[in-house]
Structures are given as structure tokens and as C-alpha cells.
Write a protein that binds this ligand. Structure first.
Ligand code: SAM
Length: 315
């Protein structure tokens, strides 16, 4: 495969590099913001599952950009952005990083500590587990991650705040909608133009955080906790929660399932641009190392820890 083959296949991948985004997913958040005006009145934002950092870049450019222009959201409050991921991420201006797990209370405490006890105005989560290819398993794990993101959000979000998260529209998605509706007065499922139609990925935009009276934030998992008081039958028939669905991104935006010519501006020769910032220590590092050295099928393949060796990304 040539260096530019991904450029040929994916217009958003190409544009991300041209505009200096670390990943094409930046466009998803930009298009969601275009539709839902996510960043107005936001001074404290949390990016869950942030690596390699394109959503944090969007937050940084939008919120700090506004601050630099003297357009602060709430009076004179300073903009603060916290990014959390299991993986290390290259630094970004104005973004504090926590290398941690979103399922842990200690991570919630670190976020609050950074905000000096103040709650966040916005929490976004583009979290995804490593996809196995087994659809039921992938959907289940994604649902678990979304619930973990919701749990940590209940620790850090202010009443009235907004939560945006990736969701897989699988067969049990209405159960997730019901759980989100317990905490937010408005839940919308949205599909940005930059998210491929062929993917079941979409995003829930949950507005106006209003937890039930007496709710105490916790990290328990309602799908595993059998004492959780939900009668699953209530979620069927007329009681099923149906949330609005909204395609977002200007209709003139590029269609992520289409192939566009490499040369968009006529007369200009296509120039390959290297990725803005590849992940610095990705979990696939060991597999790449073994494949590169033809060690994958050998029983005596050495086990290396990610800190022992750095594998440069494929060109
Ligand atoms: N939004 C990112 C961006 O724009 O660059 C891309 C996020 S990537 C699709 C998904 C991330 O979720 C991975 O970096 C992975 O490490 C992270 N993740 C998965 N499970 C996590 C967990 N339990 N805690 C923190 N991060 C997690």
C-alpha cells in the first residue's frame, strides 16, 4: 500500500492532516457543534477517552480561541480543559492530561481537583474499545464504555451541563437511551457527515443534566448490578424510549462514504502530508513490532513491554 492510499480513500483523513488535526474524528465534534452549538457558555470541558487528541484540539482551538479574542463564556472565568485516556498523549496547549481509566472514581476526583472543586460545563467522550469484529461483543463493550462515561460524568458535570458520547446503534440501544433519559431532559442521537454511513457509530447529545432527586454519583454498572431497579419489560412496547435522530453537518460537507479525487483544487498538484501527531505509545505497538520483524507466528516470539521499544508508525 502506498503512502497516500488512505488519502485516496478518505477525504476526512486527508483534510485532517491539511488542517493539522491529529485524527479525522475532529470533524465529527466540529459538525456536532455546528448543529448543537456545544461550546457556548463553556469554560470547563472534559474530553474522556481523548487520545490521540483531535477532540481535545477542537476544544482547545474553540474555547481558548474564544478566550484569546476576549469572548469568555461566563464572565472572567478561565478556560480549563482536561483530557483523560488510558494511553499517553502528546501535549496540547491549554489541555491538562490525566493518563487514567474513566471507570475509576480516582479519575473523577483528579478532574474535579483540576477544576478546583468546580463542576464541568461540558463532557465529551469519543471512547471506543479495541474492536474485535464480533458485532455483539463490540456493541456490548461499547455500551459498557458509554455507561462508564455516563457514571464519571455524573461526578463532574454541573446541573444543566451537556454530555456528548459515541454510541453504537445496535439492537439494545433503546436501553441506553432510557438510561440517559434518567439523567438528561433532552437526548438526541446524531450522525455527523464525517461518520461513515456504513458504520453503526453515532453520537448521543445529552442536554440539561438533571439527575433524579437524591441521586448519589457512583461507578456501579447498571447492566451488571442485579439490584438495579429497572424492570426491563418497562422498556418495551409503548414505554420504549425513542429519541430523535438528527443527521448533522452541512449538506455541502463531504460525504465520508464517497471517494473524492486527490486533487480538489484544480491546477494544484497533490502533496502528501504526514499525520499531524500519531499516538505516542499505542496498544498495537507490540503487534507492529512483531510483524515488522517477522516474529508473529513464532512460538519463541519475545514478549516486550511497550516501554521497552518504540515502534515508529507505518509511513
Ligand atoms: N477522540 C479521540 C480523538 O479525537 O483523537 C479518539 C479516541 S479513540 C477512538 C478511543 C480512545 O478510547 C482510545 O485512545 C482508548 O485508549 C480510549 N479508552 C478506551 N477505554 C478507556 C478507558 N476505560 N479509560 C480511558 N480511556 C479509554
Amino acid at each position: 500500500m502506498g503512502r497516500s492510499s488512505k488519502d485516496k480513500r478518505d477525504i476526512y483523513y486527508r483534510l485532517a492532516k491539511e488542517e493539522g488535526w491529529r485524527a479525522r474524528s475532529a470533524f465529527k465534534l466540529l459538525q456536532l457543534d455546528h448543529e448543537f452549538n456545544l461550546f457556548s457558555d463553556v469554560n470547563r470541558a472534559v474530553d474522556l477517552c481523548a487520545a490521540p487528541g483531535s477532540w481535545s484540539q477542537v476544544l482547545s482551538r474553540k474555547l481558548r480561541g474564544r478566550e484569546e479574542k476576549g469572548e469568555k463564556a461566563n464572565g472572567s472565568e478561565e478556560v480549563k480543559i482536561v483530557a483523560v485516556d488510558l494511553q499517553a498523549m502528546a501535549p496540547l496547549p491549554g489541555v491538562t492530561q490525566i493518563q487514567g481509566d474513566i471507570t475509576k472514581v480516582s479519575t473523577a476526583q483528579e478532574i474535579i481537583h483540576h477544576f478546583e472543586g468546580q463542576p464541568a460545563d461540558l463532557v465529551v467522550c469519543d471512547g471506543a474499545p479495541d474492536v474485535t469484529g464480533l458485532h455483539d461483543v463490540d456493541e456490548y463493550i461499547q455500551a459498557q464504555l458509554l455507561l462508564a462515561a455516563l457514571n464519571i460524568t455524573t461526578h463532574v458535570l454541573k446541573p444543566g451541563g451537556t454530555f456528548v458520547a459515541k454510541i453504537f446503534r445496535g439492537k439494545d440501544v433503546t436501553l441506553l437511551y432510557s438510561q440517559l433519559k434518567i439523567f438528561f431532559s433532552s437526548v438526541t442521537c446524531s450522525k455527523p457527515r464525517s461518520s461513515r454511513n456504513s458504520s453503526i457509530e453515532a453520537f448521543v447529545v445529552c442536554e440539561n443534566y438533571s439527575p433524579p432527586e437524591g441521586y448519589v454519583p457512583n461507578m456501579s454498572n447498571p447492566l451488571l448490578d442485579h439490584s438495579y431497579d429497572v424492570d426491563f419489560n418497562q422498556l418495551e412496547g409503548p414505554n420504549r424510549v425513542i429519541v430523535p435522530f438528527l443527521a448533522c453537518g452541512d449538506l455541502s460537507a463531504f460525504d465520508s462514504d464517497r471517494t473524492y479525487p486527490l486533487q480538489l483544487d484544480t491546477g494544484k498538484e497533490y502533496q502528501y502530508i504526514p499525520p499531524t501527531q500519531p499516538p505516542i505509545r499505542p496498544p498495537y505497538e507490540q503487534a507492529c513490532h512483531l510483524r515488522k520483524h517477522n516474529l508473529l507466528s513464532r512460538e519463541d516470539a519475545p514478549s516486550i513491554s511497550p516501554t521497552q521499544s518504540r515502534v515508529e508508525p507505518e509511513p
